[in-house]
Design a protein around this ligand. Structure first.
Ligand code: SAM
Length: 224
């Protein structure tokens, strides 16, 4: 990941553009995504490590995403959704409806990367009309499992979207702080099953793995 501070006045103060490369040859990437981050912001305007893991997974599985409808929840700076859009998915990026600066940043990163994604306010556990129009084969969530107080709202939304679109899957990368108990507990509680569980570092190229730390898991979750 490279980063450039904005010194030409085109970005708000404390903003920076980071560049994220994909492909086997770091010198000659097949895909480069630019993301606007804001160093003053602690959640939605920062590229969290889980989104680097999830974006890499999407890149490596890109055939699967081509032509697929994708919704990213809690997208923030939206790196996974942007990669999905670049490889041909029809992408809706969402974040908390009250976080207007985050939603505005999403529109800017779409323009920056010459992508036409839908950008939508979608607060977990809230049933605005917007959620009823969504039909996604793949639901993405990077680092959305960090506040246990929000788990029920998040999984109410995830389960609703999975039920709306038969055969759909929720793919999430999260910091594993409690062994496999967290996912096991949530699966039982919400009537879901985890069909794939990977160590996030098992598929990251060394140049990305060396910049990240912690225990990041990637899970694919479906209805039972
Ligand atoms: C830790 S950040 C992860 C951001 C991004 N996915 C990433 O990995 O870089 C959590 C994201 O979830 C969003 N979020 C938190 N609570 C939410 C809620 N109740 N409804 C929708 N989005 C929420 C935040 O605005 C933020 O963008």
């Amino acid at each position: 990941m490279e980063s450039n501070d904005s010194d030409d006045g085109t970005l708000p103060t404390m903003s920076t553009i980071s560049r994220h490369n994909f492909g086997d040859n770091p010198e000659k990437p097949d895909l480069c995504i630019s993301v606007i981050e804001n160093m003053k912001e602690d959640y939605g305007l920062f590229v969290w490590p889980c989104s680097i893991v999830l974006a890499e997974y999407i890149w490596q599985q890109r055939q699967r995403f081509s032509g697929t409808s994708v919704v990213e929840l809690g997208a923030g700076t939206s790196l996974p959704g942007l990669v999905a859009a670049k490889v041909g998915a029809d992408v809706t990026l969402t974040d908390d409806s009250s976080r207007l600066e985050v939603l505005d940043n999403m529109r800017k990163v779409c323009d920056l990367n010459k992508l036409k994604c839908n950008v939508l306010g979608l607060t977990w556990g809230v049933w605005d009309s917007s959620i009823f129009n969504l039909q996604a084969k793949v639901i993405l969530g990077a680092d959305v499992l960090y506040d246990s107080n929000a788990f029920d709202d998040l999984f109410a939304t995830v389960t609703f979207l999975l039920q709306k679109s038969p055969g759909s899957v929720f793919i999430t990368a999260y910091h594993n702080r409690s062994g496999h108990h967290l996912i096991e507990f949530l699966m039982v509680k919400w009537g879901l099953k985890c069909v794939k569980l990977l160590d996030g570092f098992s598929f990251l190229p060394p140049c990305k793995a060396s910049m990240l730390s912690g225990n990041i898991q990637l899970a694919e979750i479906t209805l039972i």
